[in-house]
Design a protein around this ligand. Structure first.
Ligand code: FE
Length: 303
């Protein structure tokens, strides 16, 4: 057993996207190797409708999968396959853009005008970049939620955890995506297989993630002696915690408890050629995508 070190703590950066949506970006358009297979993570938390209601009008995607998780408010979407729908609070949408999709995503606040949700981009390997697009919505009530004896709550958005499995599967990046609430003062360890790249995104409360390369036993022993341990402090508002290699993550919740997403996936380890919402392996594939957009052949006919 080895605790994953905290490689980096970073506040999410205010960013404007779509037709003028103010959001916070935890990572993206930076170094795609760093959190391979994940490319981008955006936090749409906003209390002013004028800052998000212009939304994300029709735009293309190719070569990736997008995973949208809504906490409050709604996102109404439509796409070039003829799908339309509204994602409500607690629901998740998994979209495989594959060979190409055009879609729009329009957020709307709840009764108090608040909107909160997240979008994660997972890369596709070369063998699946031009796969047929797929689109799937899942209601919050379909996602398993586990409450542990100490009050820790884990909602399994994607993947499997503590023996419970999300109905969303088949994503190339093989992600495990958990929404975790740890009560005040509780210390908790979560196993993450060593082969995965992992990050946490903290959005409520405060706490500390263990940052020890020493075995868990040493960490506990030091705590018993009341010594300072190698653990990173952070306050929760909008913080990315990027983990190094190991097979578990340990968190100590602060006085208000801590809520965070814990996300991991198997790295794809391929070259990345990235232009906006299109992510391929080679520059000539990007040029082909641009030519397809100009020629009206971006969305491939179903076969
Ligand atoms: Fe999109």
């Amino acid at each position: 057993m080895s605790i994953r070190p905290v490689a980096e703590l970073r506040p999410a950066t205010p960013t404007v996207e779509g037709a003028g949506v103010k959001l916070h970006r935890a990572f993206g358009f930076h170094n795609p190797k760093e959190l391979d297979p994940f490319l981008l993570f955006d936090d749409f938390r906003n209390e002013r409708p004028e800052d998000f209601e212009k939304g994300f009008p029709w735009h293309p995607h190719r070569g990736i999968e997008t995973i949208t998780y809504v906490l409050s408010g709604t996102v109404t979407h439509a796409d070039s396959l003829g799908n339309t729908g509204t994602l409500g609070a607690g629901s998740v949408q998994w979209m495989t853009a594959g060979s190409g999709i055009m879609h729009q995503e329009m957020p709307e606040g709840n009764a108090s005008g608040q909107m909160h949700g997240f979008q994660l981009w997972g890369n596709l390997p070369a063998s699946l970049k031009m796969t047929a697009p797929r689109y799937q919505d899942m209601e919050g009530s379909e996602l398993p939620e586990i409450i542990d004896d100490d009050g820790t709550r884990v909602k399994v958005i994607i993947g499997e955890f503590w023996g419970r499995k999300s109905p969303v599967d088949g994503i190339a990046a093989d992600p495990q995506y958990l929404d975790i609430q740890v009560p005040a003062g509780v210390k908790k360890t979560f196993r993450i297989d060593t082969y995965r790249r992992a990050f946490a995104y903290v959005f409520d409360g405060s706490g500390r993630f263990a940052d020890a390369s020493q075995p868990a036993g040493v960490l506990l022993e030091k705590e018993v002696r009341g010594e300072e341990v190698n653990i990173r402090d952070m306050s929760g508002d909008r913080t990315l915690v990027r983990f190094g290699t190991g097979d578990e993550v340990t968190v100590q919740a602060g006085p208000e408890g801590l809520r965070f997403l814990l996300i991991s996936g198997a790295p794809i380890k391929e070259p990345v050629a990235w232009h906006g919402p299109i992510v391929m392996n080679r520059p000539e594939e990007l040029r082909q995508a641009m030519a397809d957009l100009r020629n009206g052949t971006f969305v491939k006919p179903a076969h």
